[in-house]
Write a protein that binds this ligand. Sequence first.
Ligand SMILES: Cc1ncc(COP(=O)(O)O)c(C=O)c1O
Length: 369
Amino acid sequence: MLTRTPVPCPGTAIEELDTPVLLVDLDVFEANLATLLSYCRNHGTLWRPHSKSHKCPAIARLQLQAGACGITCAKLSEAELMVANGIGPVLLANQLVTRSKLDRLARLQERQEVILAVDGPSGAALAGQAACDHGVCIPVVLEMDIGMNRVGVRAGESARQLARRLADTPGLELRGLMGYEGHVLAVQPREEKVRACHQALDILLETRTRLEADGLPLPVVSAGGTGCYDITAAYPGITEIQAGGGVFMDAMYRYKFHVDTLDFALTCLTTVTSRSASHVVVDAGFKTLSAYHQPPTLLDRDDLQLRYLSAEHGVFDLQPNAKGPAVGDQLRLVVGYSDSTTVLHDRFLGIRNGRVERIWQIEGRGCLD
Ligand SMILES: Cc1ncc(COP(=O)(O)O)c(C=O)c1O
């Protein structure tokens, strides 16, 4: 029978690891976590980190122990995994529109609060029926389109009608509003990004003011990703932010979204398997590293430029006149986008002082429904 690669023991030196493997620099990870949390605290905003970048209950637990007010999930099965591991409360920042999934969500409420994002009347009606049939209450937030043009109701009459419906549907408890300002993350220069972000958030805040004047209390206003965490967490009226991937940081956040207050904690350790005078090949291609949204880059060296990733080969051009690494050398790559990279792996190895300290299984890998 074939066996999988053995999991390295704590204490193993980085140089002794078989590659490719995902490393989390624990000092940097902890510093990123502290930066995100203290920034939120200093601005009176709660932190409900999105778990989609790690899909790992052990990391979610650390975030909660540090002071996060809960966890955000993108998928019901991710929320189920978190709840099964004692993690919560959870914000399921996505729509569920079939009865079977709403039954699963209703069953989860018996163990943990899982708030659902709703953006339409049919989802609201089905959620209410599921809650009543299971004898539970499903807390909901109304998801608004704040300019990203993905999901969410538009401001104005549509939002007012849906909010009233959510408040009046037996089995549901309307907690507030959510939106995601994903369309502003790459805006430059900084003043323009701040302006675009505020404009998006104002849609939530103005809606809340109007609906509260209509007698609908909306204590939660949730938004914010890593790419704009500092702008959103500091905006008066936003009660919590969902920024998640910032604990890892990646090339997309740094080079596309210009986040410079967090450092690279997540890298992929690779080995040079072949080289020529002009290029170097490592043992990690697109089945190990994702180039979706942003290609990976090298950590702490600038003599190599990614040419392409094939399935199991990463091909890098060597800068003219550079000596470059030798076959057998290890190279550490900053992942392009943590979300699309971590799901290719079974585990993270937490590294400190050059050795493995912790092994975190990516248990939510494959949790897609
Ligand atoms: C609903 C929602 N909230 C927050 C985020 C931000 O996540 P992160 O901070 O991991 O980039 C995203 C990213 O896609 C999202 O879709």
